[in-house]
Design a protein around this ligand. Structure first.
Ligand code: DX5
Ligand code: ZN
Length: 224
């Protein structure tokens, strides 16, 4: 069970210190938005390059950008540990995933809430992670969409069939109120933005979410 908090709702004027507040995190989720693929604009390569130099934390970059085939490899080149591209924005996802891995990064594919996993089942072998969006991408602080739970389950089944260790990340509206449903549906990696950064003690929230996810997984093993 991994918790990868999003800094989207942190104080973006102090990224280095905001990241330092969550030492228990398994990775830092960085939401790159271009005002084309999503109706919001955040930060890009120059900012993440500075973050890379400022921390040894695992950097999990979520690219919500158009023409992603052109831009994604740059994030692997500067040393990001995991690079996620949206399948809806990629023209050549197999080529892209191979390029990312060749550059030393993990390769990850994201699905918007309405995008099915089934057409991409044969791509799973090229990937290290699948990100299932549980809100429409673009903004933090939105309500979790329960309708993605069946897709999470189907993703878990397809991943199990590959026999490979492919992480399943869920992103959007994750909190103490929603994380257990996602564990039950097969997610193992959780993005939480507002839940972590609106907490009085963000690192305590990271630890609480991780403990809750682990306990839920144990309970499932014992009863199911
Ligand atoms: C939404 C982003 C998410 C977001 C999560 O487009 O991809 O990573 O920041 O924030 P919360 O946890 O507040 O939904
Ligand atoms: Zn994200």
């Amino acid at each position: 069970m991994r918790i990868t908090p999003s800094v989207l709702n942190a104080n973006l004027a102090n990224l280095e210190s905001e990241i330092a507040r969550i030492p228990s995190a398994d990775g830092i989720h960085l939401d790159v938005m271009d005002n084309r693929f999503v109706p919001n604009l955040t930060f890009g390569l120059p900012v993440i390059e500075c973050v890379r130099k400022a921390t040894t934390a695992f950097l999990d970059v979520h690219l919500m950008i158009a023409e992603v085939d052109r831009w994604a490899p740059g994030y692997a080149e500067i040393g990001c540990d995991s690079v996620t591209f949206h399948i809806e924005a990629s023209d050549a996802p197999i080529k892209l995933a191979r390029e990312l891995r060749a550059l030393g990064s993990r390769a990850s594919m994201a699905l918007r809430p309405a995008t099915p996993i089934e057409p991409y089942a044969d791509l799973l072998g090229e990937l290290d992670m699948v990100l299932v969006m549980s809100v429409e991408p673009g903004f933090g602080g939105q309500k979790f969409l329960d309708l993605v739970l069946p897709k999470l389950r189907r993703t878990r089944e397809l991943v199990a069939r590959t026999g490979q260790d492919i992480w399943i990340q869920v992103d959007g509206g994750i909190s103490e109120a929603t994380i257990e449903r996602c564990v039950d549906a097969g997610a193992d990696t959780f993005v939480a933005g507002s839940a972590v950064y609106s907490a009085a003690d963000p690192d305590a929230m990271v630890r609480a979410l991780k403990a809750q996810a682990a306990a839920q997984q144990d309970a499932a093993h014992h009863h199911g």
